[in-house]
Write a protein that binds this ligand. Structure first.
Ligand SMILES: Nc1ncnc2c1ncn2[C@@H]1O[C@H](COP(=O)(O)OP(=O)(O)OP(=O)(O)O)[C@@H](O)[C@H]1O
Length: 251
């Protein structure tokens, strides 16, 4: 059995000492295509932020089975200011940064790769367009193209289809399927459970704490969803850190 990509060990994440994700334990295997679902405020975005070090554990932690620079993270599109003046080509080419370096020039084959990737996401001809002048769907295509060039083994996507038209969503879903076929590990925060059931074989259901983790059909049962809803109604924004033994909530 290969080494897990992520091993959560009683992980509690939060803000100003108020936990948003409680006592998460479990392992994500390499090559998993996993949807992270749960009610509003369940801690889904916080979990992804924790994995990239934007939020530090209040308790417990996690171990990565891959180098930290093998993680590509796509925050919610609304969390990012896309008004700065940069062309689609330059923004997407930033995906090569890990290999080219901050000040390295692009070689001819790098430039060709950027063009090729833009064509793959349906943005051929948009190279010189300022990113602030793209539609929401076009911008998300460009962000996916940058991620393709990052060429990482673990991909974290936070609500990638939020406010995205259905044609773009279908195209982005096939890019995700390609990543999965290439053996990469994909974690995506999603709200549309019908889509999760159709495209994501595994699912992590949280409502601040773990509700269920495993094959999607076994996770998205009406009993589990009802439990998540009940817990969501009880969310306390200023709850103190609780103390629970790490072994109490194994996945
Ligand atoms: N920067 C922050 N500072 C303080 N509290 C925060 C911050 N970001 C999130 N929270 C709180 O942490 C909890 C979990 O938020 P999070 O955004 O992770 O949930 P979510 O499951 O992604 O929700 P949604 O589906 O609504 O996007 C919420 O109570 C939220 O108010």
């Amino acid at each position: 059995m290969s080494e897990p990509v992520i091993r959560f060990r009683n992980l509690t994440l939060g803000y100003d000492r108020h936990p948003a994700v409680h006592h998460l334990s479990g392992e994500i295997r390499p090559g998993a295509l996993l949807a992270v679902v749960g009610p509003n405020g369940a801690g889904k975005s916080t979990l992804l932020k924790g994995l990239v070090g934007e939020t530090l554990p209040l308790q417990g932690g996690f171990e990565l089975g891959i180098p930290a620079d093998e993680i590509a993270y796509l925050p919610q599109i609304s969390d990012i200011d896309h008004s700065f003046p940069v062309s689609v080509f330059d923004m997407v080419a930033m995906g090569l940064w890990r290999r080219v370096g901050g000040f390295g020039g692009l070689r001819r084959q790098d430039i060709e790769r950027v063009h090729h990737t833009l064509a793959k996401v349906g943005l051929a001809g948009f190279e010189q367009r300022q990113i602030g002048k793209l539609s929401g769907g076009q911008l998300q295509r460009a962000r996916f193209a940058r991620m393709m060039l990052q060429d990482c083994r673990l991909l974290l996507l936070d609500e990638p289809f939020n406010a995205i038209d259905s044609r773009t969503t279908d195209d982005l879903l096939s890019l995700i399927a390609n990543w999965h076929a290439e053996g990469r590990t994909v974690l995506a925060v999603l709200h549309d459970l019908e889509r999760v059931g159709r495209y994501f074989p595994e699912c992590l259901l949280i409502a601040r704490e773990l509700i269920a983790f495993g094959p999607t059909a076994e996770v998205l049962t009406s009993a589990n969803l009802a439990r998540a809803r009940v817990l969501a109604e009880q969310f306390e924004e200023d709850a103190p850190v609780c103390h629970r033994h790490p072994d109490e909530t194994p996945v």
